[in-house]
Ligand binder design. Structure first.
Ligand code: BDR
Ligand code: CA
Length: 321
């Protein structure tokens, strides 16, 4: 298999780090770049975290800094109670350390250049809010047909009983910039949506982190940053484990057969009490009023082989399973 040329748009973030290191380690992924976006921390924090990963683990990819606010209005407050003040579970970081240089281009320009230079080859995996992708297609709509596939971690449709995580109906990455999300999901490219419907089914337990610590070159780091994350999940009633959100988007890129999917046009609510909700139209009925009409049919993941995903993570990251 020819390695998948991948750019990860990200807000690292504990589960983002786990996904990035997994993509870096997997032999069938050629990780070209990380583009950062505000979300799990300020833009400065998440960009520093991307550079930190690059330095600590010798990532051969570029890091380009992206948007510090959504397409409209101001950014929501960073969820420090989920990812810690530094986005990495409050592990010790020398704030004065030089973590290296970012690409001179803003993330949206970096995306445009890479997609034009690699027509029909790039898989874009977006695991933060979708502002950078929306800015890129707004500025250069010619890139839309040149992207091989867009895979996003975001949204929730109520399958398996999973709705929202920041509001009763909205998932964090979509809620962060619903205007961008609606633009990205209604653009004429292939989008796969890996939402809470499936990521809340893939639960990594402390035993998995212990195993990584013993057997993986990334294990101690992942173990250290995940302490804070596991504690957050404990406050939410999950006693021993956390959802594997962002890595699940990478699992899909490698093994789509592990996911059950449906197809249909998807819109995002941008105002009101259901802001950030993702809604798929599943019927062919011709409604008189229909904001889904003529929108491209996207792929929504509705079920997953969770055990196979967890095994994939462990076998890829551990020297031995
Ligand atoms: C998403 O929100 C962020 O906190 C995580 O990194 C993930 O991308 C889950 O809703
Ligand atoms: Ca994320």
């Amino acid at each position: 298999m020819k390695p998948i040329k991948m750019i990860i748009d990200t807000d690292p973030g504990i589960d983002d780090v786990m996904a990035i290191l997994f993509a870096h380690q997997h032999p069938n992924i050629d990780l070209l770049g990380l583009t950062t976006v505000i979300g799990n921390g300020t833009l400065e924090t998440v960009t520093r975290n991307a550079l930190l990963l690059k330095k600590y683990f010798n990532l051969a990819c570029d890091v380009a800094k992206g948007a510090d606010k959504p397409l409209q209005g101001e950014a929501r407050e960073e969820p420090t109670f989920v990812h810690g003040d530094n986005g990495l579970g409050n592990i010790e970081i020398d704030e004065k350390e030089d973590f290296g240089k970012i690409d001179p281009r803003p993330a949206c320009d970096y995306l445009i250049d890479q997609i034009r230079a690699n027509p029909n080859e790039i898989t874009l995996v977006a695991i933060g809010q979708l502002t950078n992708l929306a800015l890129a297609i707004e500025k250069a709509p010619d890139i839309i047909p040149l992207v091989k596939q867009v895979i996003i971690m975001g949204g929730a449709f109520g399958y398996n009983g999973h709705f929202g995580n920041v509001t009763p109906v909205a998932e964090a990455n979509i809620y962060g910039d619903p205007w961008a999300a609606d633009k990205v999901l209604t653009a004429k490219w292939d989008v796969v949506i890996v939402g809470l419907d499936v990521t809340h089914q893939v639960i990594m337990k402390n035993e998995h982190f212990e195993q990584l610590k013993e057997n993986s070159q990334y294990g101690q780091f992942i173990y250290d940053i995940s302490r804070f994350y596991l504690n957050f999940y404990k406050t939410k009633g999950l006693d021993n484990g956390c959802a594997v959100h962002d890595s699940s988007a990478i699992f899909y890129a490698l093994h789509p057969e592990l996911f059950k999917t449906i197809k249909g046009p998807v819109r995002v609510v941008t105002e009101g009490i259901t802001k950030g909700q993702t809604v798929i139209k599943t019927s062919d009925f011709q409604f008189g009023i229909d904001e889904w009409k003529e929108m491209p049919h996207q792929t929504v993941c509705v079920d997953v082989d969770a055990q196979a995903c967890l095994d994939l993570y462990q076998t890829t990251m551990c020297n031995c399973k």
